[in-house]
Design a protein around this ligand. Structure first.
Ligand code: DQA
Length: 150
């Protein structure tokens, strides 16, 4: 089975998971979520790399850097979801499937969180499942890539 390469990219303030608004984002730390994804990736014959930044340009750089090496991306753009044309353009330029992941259900929160600059360019979106959403996203994405390449 072909080894897949998937980059998991976390946006601003997600480095504070575990302590940040735990009633909204849960109690798992980012390191725990990343480790969980690495283990699942192992089971699915996928190499999982992870990256977090609080800086929009660093996130754009990361997507650009992976555009030839990666088969796909899991992306939680966090606050930049609702503001960033640059991240949207990076996703379009990369031309690889992207799953937009949110821990919280952004549609059930403040009205400004209902707008996503990524939603219509993402291959799929998942939100509201907490940290489990990343695992669901990874399973769905790997299934899609395997079916596509069959
Ligand atoms: C988030 C939702 C965003 O609205 C927020 O700015 C975040 C996290 C989520 O995972 O639920 O930082 O992307």
């Amino acid at each position: 089975m072909k080894t897949l390469h998937i980059d998991v990219i976390h946006g601003p303030n997600l480095n504070l998971l575990g302590e940040r608004e735990p009633h909204v984002y849960g109690t798992q730390t980012l390191a725990e979520i990343d480790a969980q994804l690495q283990r699942l990736g192992n089971d699915l014959s996928a190499v999982i790399t992870t990256f977090q930044s609080n800086h929009e340009g660093a996130l754009v750089d990361r997507i650009q850097a992976g555009r030839h090496q990666m088969d796909a991306f899991l992306l939680n753009p966090a606050g930049y979801t609702h503001t960033s044309v640059a991240l949207r353009d990076a996703v379009l330029a990369a031309g690889k499937p992207v799953v937009e992941v949110h821990l919280s259900n952004t549609d059930a929160r403040e009205p400004f969180r209902r707008n996503s600059f990524l939603a219509d360019v993402a291959w799929a979106r998942i939100q509201g499942f907490g940290a489990v959403g990343y695992e669901l996203a990874l399973r769905g994405l790997v299934g899609h890539l395997r079916a596509r390449d069959r």
